[in-house]
Design a protein around this ligand. Sequence first.
Ligand SMILES: *Cc1c(COP(=O)(O)O)cnc(C)c1O
Length: 483
Amino acid sequence: MGGEHIPGAELAPNWLPAAGDVNELLPALWAHDVERNEHGELTISGVHVSELKQRFGTPLFVMSEDDFRSRARMFKDAFDAAFEDICGGVDVYYAGKSFLCTEVARWVDSEGLRLDTCSGGELAVATRAGLSGERLGLHGNNKSDAEINRALDMKLGRIVVDSLHELKRVEALASARNTTANVMLRLTPGVHAHTHESIATAHEDQKFGLSFIAEDPEEPGMSAAEAASRLAVDAESINFLGFHCHIGSQIFESEGFEIAARKLLAFTHKIQLTYGVTLPELDLGGGYGIAYTTVDKPRPADEVAQAMAAVVRETCAELGMSAPRISIEPGRAIVGSTTFTLYETGTLKTVQVEVPNADGVTAPRRYVSVDGGMSDNARPVLYDADYSAVVANRASQAIPAMSRVVGKHCESGDIVVRDVYLPNDVAAGDLLAVPGTGAYCWALASNYNYVPRPPVVAVKDGTARLIVRGETEDDLLARDLGA
Ligand SMILES: *Cc1c(COP(=O)(O)O)cnc(C)c1O
């Protein structure tokens, strides 16, 4: 393709590298067992995408079981090793909200991880999967009484309490049941993580957690965090485990995690001294970023673990306290890259677009429609998330063309991949694979336009099996009570 003009290259955003080999699979974006075979077709653990399409249809979430398990183990091993001398290892809670079904809950359990949930429905999945309550956590800024009671009945390892109001409710519900609630308090350490606004969660002006700064209206002179701590220490039906924070999602720099860890350790120390208690645990949340495009450069888990361990070790030494047992809650970093979405392409069109700041010069943008869209991946619409895509059923020798992959929904914002170089000969009936769709895609799926939600297939040792079936038209109509 040397020297040939790339159609639409003028429209490429600054971050998108110059068009290279459109057949290439960048290792950071894919499960480790995805490759192109000698005929140019994408395979996962040796299973051809054309076979997947034939057996399960499209759109289809295709997940590598080995890749999931090895990422889960990688986090567990990396953090255990880094924290061995500090607190004997780390409890890793997989954040189920990123992707959860009974099969995946069992993988999590069998790899020695615990499970973090944030609703009655997620607890129901954990129960169906046979997980024991003591290996579960429950989050949420507005838990219902039913959810709290369910957590108490399941003897949950931890309920992460989000407000003073909720702490009082948990206490009352636990004492009414003659039981004790295992409680952590979620604090907002005031760290503004460098990520998209709707997924940054530890700055002051948002809904989650107890503030260090804001005064509690019922306890003049005390912050919400202090008032809740005092109540948690005093309350008989509360087993107060310690503090929790989660500073956001898709974070690459470890600085935010480190500042949060320092603040929470110092606060733990203060509360321990004030009330003469020991708080045995500290949860530093999730949010580790993954690669969606070539510009994302996530740090390896062992590097992040070492950096955080160094901060905990140093801070505890400075404060003269022994370290609580540390836990973390990665979701995306475990499941995100394990999965790609397989689509079939349909309608194609090319439009002429004015090139920004180029005096009326235009360039072609190819629109490639697929048979899914914002109903199976809401992240581009919600967060302006960027993805990439490749033609999956064949390799192509054609030159690249600046393309936009769009869905089939009735909104012009229904974009799957905003900017990507696809081969110029992409045609209706090709298969397209979008990597990095394991986290917050299926989990956020909707039935917009009465489009059925896609199935999820797990592939392992050359075998593909359905772990969640796709919805049917009967499913779509099942709750419609009209005659
Ligand atoms: C969403 C969430 C996580 C997981 O975030 P990831 O970015 O998927 O790692 C962990 N803890 C809490 C409290 C969350 O809300």
